[in-house]
Every structure is written in structure tokens, then in C-alpha cells.
Design a protein around this ligand. Sequence first.
Ligand SMILES: Cc1cc2nc3c(=O)[nH]c(=O)nc-3n(C[C@H](O)[C@H](O)[C@H](O)COP(=O)(O)O)c2cc1C
Length: 217
Amino acid sequence: MASTLLVEQHPIYELIFSRRDVRRFLSRAVPEAALKRILTAAHHAPSVGFMQPWNFIVVRDPAVKVKVKGMFSAENSKGARRFRGKRRALYEGLKLEGITEAPINLCVTCDPKRFGPHVLGRNTIRRTDVYSTCCAVQNLWLAARAEGLGVGWVSILRNDKLKRILGIPPGIIPVAYLCVGYPVEFPDRPELESVGWSPRLSLDRLIFLDRWGCLAP
Ligand SMILES: Cc1cc2nc3c(=O)[nH]c(=O)nc-3n(C[C@H](O)[C@H](O)[C@H](O)COP(=O)(O)O)c2cc1C
């Protein structure tokens, strides 16, 4: 398998391939120093015009988590209704969050006005602020894996309600709601792949040469 060869090339590949979206957590606390290290990794992500548009809301209060979980449950039921038959049954069997079990929840936000209205490199593609914030999330996700910590991204939420729960001011965009803690396990494969929800696509079919749609010979 190509991934085995890459792991022999450099430890970064092992980290990339062993990162998982984690939804089952142990109750063991996350050491403050480890949390600080993964947030530092996030803060060293690339950002358009070195804008660093992110903030990190560290949620520990069980009452706040319960509110977010309630919102998740409502949105998840609506999500399930979009599927029929076997696919619906499969969806309903999935665990798609670990909000209340995870010792820490983290909301990563984006401030589109950081450093004022004009940001170097952001005149044309305005959403590069959000792209930058996603880079921070990925840095955090990988650093957490190196620390033996699991991260699960929960997007089955409504940003307007999340903003009210967390007191996020107008104009600030919640980009990611993450559950963080020591995992029950790091499975070898994505759970959505192992339960048969979707397969990993063939990389060769995704690489085009010179123009959209032209597969390399
Ligand atoms: C933007 C984004 C949103 C996601 N939202 C959810 C979610 O709401 N619930 C969930 O269980 N997983 C969520 N995931 C995790 C994906 O399902 C997961 O990354 C994918 O199945 C591949 O698995 P892996 O991360 O373990 O490699 C999200 C991932 C991303 C990048």
C-alpha cells in the first residue's frame, strides 16, 4: 500500500495516516501543557496576509456542552431524515459526536476583520480568512495525534445557535466545533469507510493533468 511506503519516508506521514476523527473518549483529563501545545501548533498555521484570524474558545463547563449536545441531537435527527431505507438505518447507527464525553470542547472561530478591512492577499478571494482558520484546525488535529489525543469535528450544528450559546459576537464566524480528549482507540480506517458509508476514492482518479478532467496517462 502506498501509505506504508510513505511512512518509511518520514514520520510526518505516519502522523497523517494515523490521525482519525474521534467520537469516543476516555474521561481522563487533558493536561494543560498538552492543550497549550496543540493550540500553539494551531496558532502557527499559515494564514492569508499573516492575518491569524482565529480564536479558540475552550469549553469545559458541562452545562455548555449539554446545550451544544441538545442542538446537535435536533439537527442530527433532521439530517437522518434526508436518507431512506438502509442508508437511514446506517446513519442512525453512527455516533457522530463526543460532545459531553470529551473533557474539552473547542470552538475555533474566524474574525474576518482582524487587522482591519484590507488584508494582504485577500482582495479577491474573501473566504481565505476561513481557509486559514481550517489550516489552524488541521495543525491542531495533527499535533493532538502526536500527543495521543483524539479530536472530533462536529459540524451538525447551527452556527446562529452556537453563537448564542457561546456568546460569540456578530461578525465572528464559528468555523469548527471540536471535541478533544484521550480516545478509546485510533482506528486504522475512517469509521465511515469501515461501516460502508463511503469508500476512500482512488487518488489516481482525482489528479488531472493541465486541464479539468484530463487523467494522467
Ligand atoms: C469540516 C468537517 C466536518 C465534519 N463534521 C463531522 C460531524 O459532524 N460528525 C462526525 O462524526 N464527523 C465529522 N467530520 C469527520 C469526518 O467524518 C471524517 O473526517 C471522515 O469521515 C474521515 O475520517 P477520518 O477523519 O477518521 O480520517 C467532519 C470532518 C470535517 C473535515
